[in-house]
Design a binder for this molecule. Structure first.
Ligand code: FNR
Length: 378
């Protein structure tokens, strides 16, 4: 089948990856109300069609802190990507590089920050989770600095993990190999293409960044449950700032009051995010939260948005409501699981093309000039 859209990548990913990995990518927490709302409310946001506007010259690029980005899109942090495809973080980072956009490496990545920086020639943005062992967190931040990362994405909505039922069903909380060795081998036998790639070339069970802090034999879910730090407060931003000299973005803000507080602590950007509906369930969709956060920060810092982006038209809607750019999560995870690096490259081409069409037919010739006027208000 020829791939037409992100949904096709989702289906192909589902067919190619073992169940536990596909569930890990696609699932949300608890009853998945927020996961569904992110997508449904983006879909319900209507574009305003305009005709007969000269759209022969389009600008899809933005300037972020003096650096050009070819598209208003960032590959957001996604854990365990090196299990969807061997050295998956490097593959996705290569695709981002080819598209002229940033790649964000998760704390829970299989590849570590030096590997991504060396193999792609571009230091990735680095995503940080706060762990209880601050000495270890300090060493992780320092590692990202020594690899050349200029942007730290500090995720603040995972003080404790929300529960995803599919992961409990699949046994991911219980076993260090996720399924037990036998289960892993069985999955390999039934997904030979994945197994050949990942087991032969991938070193899939080693998490580069946290490997030293993750004792052998401790299941992934238990590690997160026991080591992530619920005592984190705004004060910790100062501490992070004392170690990381570059830009710091807070990811996981939904409330305008938190956004104001974030600006007061001198952060450099905000990602309006509910972790793709994977943390607290029944919170607002991000497209609904976005304009309130944009209003609260009054242009003092760039505001990004993620959650439910499955098309370039979704990107346009977020830009219209004040986002500087969108992070994507599952879209690239599905494409990587389905078709490796070429999948992620193609997925970005699809988003770009959809954004282009959306711009022309709404009469918007510059992504920097997207305003709420692009949307239908009724
Ligand atoms: C994530 N997300 C995430 N966020 C983060 O800060 N660190 C991480 O390690 C991860 N890991 C992760 C794994 C997987 C499989 C998914 C799907 C998501 C959240 C991610 O960065 C982003 O907020 C959401 O994915 C956005 O929603 P969509 O685009 O997936 O709908």
């Amino acid at each position: 089948m020829n791939i037409a859209n992100i949904e096709d990548y989702r289906k192909l990913c589902e067919a190619r990856l073992p169940r536990f990995l596909y569930d890990y990518i696609s699932g949300g927490s608890y009853q998945e109300n927020t996961l569904r709302a992110n997508i449904a409310e983006l879909q319900a946001t209507l574009l305003r069609q305009r005709v007969m506007v000269d759209e022969s010259h389009l600008n899809l690029s933005i300037d972020l802190w003096g650096q050009a980005m070819s598209l208003p899109i960032v590959l957001g942090p996604v854990g365990m990507a090196g299990m969807y495809s061997s050295r998956g973080e490097v593959k996705a980072a290569n695709a981002a590089k080819a598209a002229g956009i940033p790649f964000t490496l998760s704390t829970m990545g299989v590849c570590d920050v030096h590997e991504v920086a060396q193999k792609t020639g571009i230091p990735p943005w680095f995503q940080l989770y706060m762990l209880k062992d601050r000495g270890f967190v300090k060493s992780v931040i320092e590692r990202s600095v020594s690899a050349g990362s200029k942007v730290l994405v500090f995720t603040v909505d995972l003080a404790t993990p929300g529960r995803r039922y599919s992961e409990v069903h699949d046994g991911m909380e219980k076993d260090p190999t996720f399924l037990g060795m036998l289960g892993f081998v069985a999955q390999g036998a039934t997904h030979p293409r994945w197994a050949l790639d990942i087991i032969m070339k991938g070193r899939p069970l080693k998490f580069g960044t946290v490997a030293e802090a993750m004792p052998k034999g401790v299941p992934y879910g238990k590690f997160v449950h026991d080591n992530f730090d619920a005592s984190t407060t705004w004060k910790d931003i100062e501490w992070i700032r004392s170690i990381f000299p570059g830009k710091i973005i807070l990811k996981g803000i939904l409330d305008p009051e938190d956004a104001k507080r974030a600006v007061q602590t001198n952060i450099d950007g905000i990602v309006v995010s509910n972790h793709g509906g994977r943390q607290l369930d029944s919170v607002t969709s991000t497209i609904r939260a976005l304009p309130k956060v944009v209003d609260a920060v009054q242009g003092s810092v760039p505001v990004f948005m993620d959650g439910g982006i499955r098309s370039g038209l979704d990107v346009l809607k977020a830009l219209a409501l004040g986002a500087k750019a969108c992070f994507v999560g599952r879209a690239w995870a599905y494409a990587l699981g389905a078709a490796g690096e070429s999948g992620v490259r193609d997925m970005l081409e699809i988003l770009k093309e959809e954004l282009r069409v959306g711009m022309i037919l709404t009469g918007c010739n510059d992504v920097n000039r997207a305003t709420p006027d692009l949307l239908l208000k009724d």
